[in-house]
Design a protein around this ligand. Sequence first.
Ligand code: 13P
Length: 340
Amino acid sequence: MSDLEATARALVAEGKGILAADESTGTIKKRFDSIGVESTEENRRAYRELLFTTEGAEEFISGVILYDETIRQSSADGTPFPKLLDSKGIIPGIKVDLGAKPLALADGETITEGLDGLRERLAEYRGLGARFAKWRATYSIADDRPSEYCVWTNAHALARYAALCQEAGLVPIVEPEVLMDGEHTIEQSAKATGRALQAVYVELHDQRVDYRGTLLKANMVLSGYDAPKRASVEEVAEASLEVYYRHVPAAVPGIVFLSGGQSDEDATAHLNAMNKRGPHPWQLSFSYGRALQAPALKAWGGKPENVRAAQQAYYRRAKLNGAARTGMYAPEMEREAVPA
Ligand code: 13P
């Protein structure tokens, strides 16, 4: 097995998943605004330290995706974050795209930028301790969206990124995210997700990427958040699996889901329902940002005296999602106490 495949498989080890802590400076500001905390570099550092030093989280967390600022920061005792994570057996990763920008001549659609100079940036990040990377493309659903133009330009860029990662010895997490905002049906979501995935695997193949040394970061197939009739947990599990079975090669070691604005409990229940229907050709795991962090962020509120409560909240979500990795989660577990 190649080193890349070994890393990809370690990231989806049984009972474990990934913490996405790679919010850009703009996004973390929005999260901090929601709790009334100023987004200073020190506050961002202190918040990430709280997450990374949570005792026992490594039982359920295999890797953490960092942001450019975060991978260069250190804990209060001076330990660089990548080293701190490594010492707990957690694999450090890095977001390397530069964000989704308007796609020319395609009203309302986006293309993700960041390929220029990427080879050099990947080498630097590897030197700083990263072992995997993430690049996110986004697609919205409407009558004529996503367009073939948007689907193929983003697939091409995702594959160029993935090939550069493998060349640099980093596992690429390939993330084509179909956004779930809007009133669309679950059938529309299935069609758009299938289309995006199909193009991604054509491009990855044609650009010589070894699927075994990659992970897919996928959206779940949901009805739109404003749809008049929302699909149930079982319907989501069934529709999502049908799409992945059609479009994701069995050589891919794992699919790690984004939460994408679902409530934290929904994200856990959906993952659980899919794993209950296993075994599947790939591991089905999580790479949640909001669904792992929301309760912790709220409990913290920017106050040092709340660090312990925030860590407990994060530990609890990590543990419940760890249970969902093997279909062992039950909503009643939401009410069980976690050890102090
Ligand atoms: P959410 O789980 O908050 O969607 O974030 C995951 C992520 O990394 C999106 O790129």
